[in-house]
Design a binder for this molecule. Structure first.
Ligand SMILES: Cc1ncc(COP(=O)(O)O)c(C=O)c1O
Length: 465
């Protein structure tokens, strides 16, 4: 039996690390399927889930076997043919932070429950603020994911537009202007703030679903004429489907002129700010009021780890107005409690994962990483577009590529379904302006043009069957 003593822990953890090492080697070498999609009933039976829950019995003799089944039936993110979702491929250094937290469990929302983790979170926030240009004026924190960070940002914007709403509910006619293709978490966030998702007014986008900033000014005036108050304007940096960036700089100026809160929804694309070559995609972001930045997308940590940043400290401090006497009280505190300023109560050491990656590769290493993925994606798009039958009509700005294969003949969703069933590749699919595309998100440094050529071969083969 795996029990509480340290020798048992060491043996079991060694077994886990051995299995994970095998998993990493096979994944990186591409000698295993990317993913095998079997039914839940099958997997539950194979891993003896019911038996283990009822009777226990996971021990050093069968742990390895259990792990092999578990890992073999997992998504292999480190596989070069994993080109699917905007989910970061964890750097082994980040994985160490998960091992550490898994044992010591320091929920660091209040400093005394995790001084090291709380210190690192503040330092990581400081680092992010500096990159955005808000080091003097700003403040922020880490949340469990970008969706939650968006809720938080909308609540902060609401506290500015309608300070009474916290106690009395929303009484004003508030609206949020967000791109037609805004991520669904924004709609949820707006609804959660009590405005109702109907309070979202879509900002028109062009044929690539990029905001047409020249139409924003008129939209703001229309809403004001209707007696509405703009609680926030949201931009994508970058958009989920296409990876294209909205013109942040232009939108920021319009928001400044109209005194509107500007939120940049940039969980994926914010990391480009580290790159001398691609930072221009976020030009003007320092003029926004809030932004979100996922480490678990482009900064190689496991899920979840999101930085939520405010330009103005006052907005960070002013979002919530609550008391929890067992947690929030006067005390001699050598550190800093983030709890009064966040949605979560208990929170894991999420910033530590990012710290471990940076501590291993440095910010230059991170900049090189994102440049490599963005550069590779441009090359891959050319390869795809040049192959007869394939078209890649949407420009590539980040590491997301939308393409189609003979759309007049083949249903793109069916192609994807068949492709995934082979276990050889994992890709996704999306709609842009109502047109269905196959979609690649290049998250692995190990994905090369050879993998892309092989992918195209496979799609042709599947189509011809
Ligand atoms: C533009 C945008 N906003 C928000 C989110 C939600 O972030 P998370 O998955 O970290 O909750 C995503 C996720 O893909 C996104 O692309």
């Amino acid at each position: 039996m795996i029990n509480h003593d340290s020798i048992s822990y060491h043996s079991a953890a060694t077994e886990v690390v051995n299995e994970l090492t095998r998993y990493l080697q096979e994944s990186q070498a591409g000698t295993t399927p990317v993913v095998q999609l079997r039914s839940m009933a099958e997997l539950s039976k194979e891993m003896n889930i019911e038996g283990l829950i009822r009777h226990g019995g996971l021990d050093l003799d069968n742990l390895g076997e259990f792990l092999r089944k578990y890992l073999d039936n997992s998504m292999h993110m480190h596989h070069p043919n994993y080109i699917g979702h905007q989910v970061g491929v964890p750097h082994p250094a980040a994985a160490l932070a998960d091992i550490i937290h898994g044992l010591i469990c320091n929920p660091m929302s209040i400093y005394e429950m995790g001084p090291s983790a709380a210190t690192i979170e503040q330092e990581m926030v400081r680092w992010m603020l500096e990159k955005v240009g808000w080091q003097e004026s700003g403040a922020g924190l880490f949340t469990h994911g970008g969706s939650l960070a968006n809720v938080h940002a909308m609540l902060a914007a609401r506290a500015v537009s309608d300070p009474e709403a916290w106690v009395k509910g929303v009484k004003k006619e508030l609206v949020v202007l967000a791109p037609e293709n805004t991520h669904y978490s924004i709609a949820r966030a707006v609804s959660i703030t009590g405005l109702g998702s109907g309070a979202i007014v879509p900002i028109p986008t062009n044929k690539y679903e990029v905001v047409e900033s020249e139409k924003l000014e008129a939209l703001i005036q229309d809403q004001k004429n209707l007696g509405k108050e703009i609680m926030a304007v949201v931009a994508n940096a970058c958009a989920t489907a296409t990876g294209l960036y909205d013109p942040v700089d232009e939108i920021a100026d319009i928001c400044l002129d109209n005194k509107c809160w500007f939120h940049v929804d940039s969980p994926h694309g914010a990391t480009a700010i580290l790159s001398g070559k691609y930072a221009h995609l976020l030009k003007g972001i320092q003029k926004a009021d809030s932004m979100i930045w996922d480490a678990h997308k482009m900064m190689q940590t496991s899920s979840l780890s999101t930085g939520l940043l405010f330009k103005n400290k006052k907005h960070y401090h002013g979002t919530f107005a609550q008391k929890a006497s067992y947690l929030i009280h006067e005390k001699e505190n050598p550190g800093y409690d983030v709890l009064p300023y966040q949605i979560e109560c208990t929170k894991t050491a999420i910033a530590t994962k990012l710290f471990f990656v940076l501590a291993a590769i440095g910010e230059k290493g991170m900049a090189d990483f994102i440049e490599k993925l963005y550069n590779n994606s441009r090359d891959f798009a050319k390869i795809i577009h040049n192959r007869p039958g394939f078209s890649c009509d949407i420009p590539v700005e980040s590491n997301i590529i939308c393409f189609r294969y003979k759309p007049e003949t083949y249903n793109q969703l069916k192609l994807r379904e068949k492709l995934i069933k082979t276990g050889e590749f994992y890709i996704t699919s999306t709609e842009v302006k109502g047109i269905r595309y196959l979609r690649l998100v290049v998250m692995n440094e190990g994905t090369t043009s050879k993998n892309i050529e092989a992918l195209l071969d496979k799609i042709e083969e599947i189509a011809s069957e």
